[in-house]
Design a protein around this ligand. Structure first.
Ligand code: SF4
Length: 332
């Protein structure tokens, strides 16, 4: 008989693991990283692929079925296809996805696909070159667009585009991004700006809400209708363009929190287990992995972490405290 699933005190079953393979990145999005003097994790503190794969194997025995590889920017870590291959070989893993800024995707799409990667989400907030430079402090838009085209041709199950929506900044990009995705049969995912940035620039007035964006899309492309949730635990709420232009998704953590159905846990690049993106506390598993602790000890630590999981983020309450770890060191 298989192991008991990973259930928290709110009866949420956790079968989705996000692994951050690095905190480093080759661009500098203004709402994520400072331009200079970024405090990166020391290399010797970063887990090896073997350590991460061992953790994933143990988690798979506890019911994890989906893995998403994140960063920082995962493609900057050497030999990533090798790690993808290690994850794809784990029994029970049904879905293997990755989130990238696509700057290196033209070179990496095929090797990642061949290694067993199934789905890709590309993080891109604008299609305008000067605005890309302004938002990311890097002039890499042409490479990103080439990377997306290469990935679309490489035969992944899906290639989606994640765009962070910041009020007073990215409004001009909403319709162009949606059009770009409609033309390529991709799904655009608009993400509400979250208080996870290293420079604490977030405030509620800078959040472009999902409803605001929906209004813009309907004005540009005609009516949309909500798609009944195929998997209520998936973070995005999805809509269909009634003109047949495909679907669009919203990750509305601020205006439509989805914590009641959360099924995710996260492993950071330096071996900390987090039960929530916004968690203040985290559990060290690197010490166990490096001390050669038996699998049973690591299983127990995963179970204990999930059992201690809170109901959800408190962005909308006066009690909210941003996590001490910035987004680039947690991974999406
Ligand atoms: S904020 Fe935390 S609890 Fe809520 S959905 Fe995200 S990870 Fe899950």
């Amino acid at each position: 008989m298989g192991a008991q699933p990973l259930v928290d005190t709110y009866q949420r079953i956790h079968d989705n693991l996000r692994i951050s393979v690095t905190d480093r990145c080759n661009i500098r999005c203004f709402y994520c990283m400072p331009e200079r003097e970024v405090q990166f994790i020391e290399r010797r503190e970063i887990l090896t692929y073997e350590e991460m794969a061992r953790f994933a194997r143990i988690a798979a025995r506890l019911g994890v079925r989906k893995i998403r590889v994140t960063g920082g920017e995962p493609l900057v870590r050497r030999d990533l296809p090798k790690f993808i291959g290690m994850l794809a070989a784990i029994g029970g893993i049904e879905d293997l996805a990755l989130t990238t800024n696509a700057v290196l995707l033209k070179e990496m799409a095929r090797p990642l696909r061949d290694a067993g990667l199934r789905r890709i989400n590309v993080h891109l907030d604008t299609l305008d070159r000067s605005r890309f430079l302004e938002l990311t402090r890097r002039d890499d838009l042409p490479r990103v667009l080439e990377g997306i085209e290469t990935a679309l041709a490489a035969g992944f199950d899906s290639v989606k585009l994640n765009a962070v929506a910041v009020k007073g900044v990215t409004e001009p990009d909403i319709v162009p991004i949606a059009r770009y995705c409609r033309e390529r049969g991709m799904e655009a995912r608009f993400i509400e700006f979250m208080p996870l940035d290293a420079q604490a620039i977030w405030d509620r007035t800078r959040v472009l809400l999902a409803d605001d964006i929906l209004g813009e899309l309907a004005a540009a492309f005609g009516p949309l209708e909500p798609i009944p949730d195929p998997d209520p635990r998936a973070p995005a709420s999805e809509y269909r363009y009634l003109d047949g232009g495909g679907t669009v998704g919203f990750i509305a953590s601020v205006s439509r929190p989805f914590c009641l159905n959360c099924n995710r846990i996260r492993l950071t690049a330096d071996g900390k287990l987090r039960y929530c993106l916004f968690a203040i506390e985290e559990t060290d598993v690197k010490g166990l992995l490096r001390a050669g602790a038996p699998d049973a000890d690591i299983e127990a630590t995963i179970r204990k972490t999930v059992a201690g999981k809170w109901l959800g983020h408190e962005i909308n309450s006066a009690k909210f405290v941003p996590p001490p770890r910035p987004m680039y060191a947690i991974g999406g």
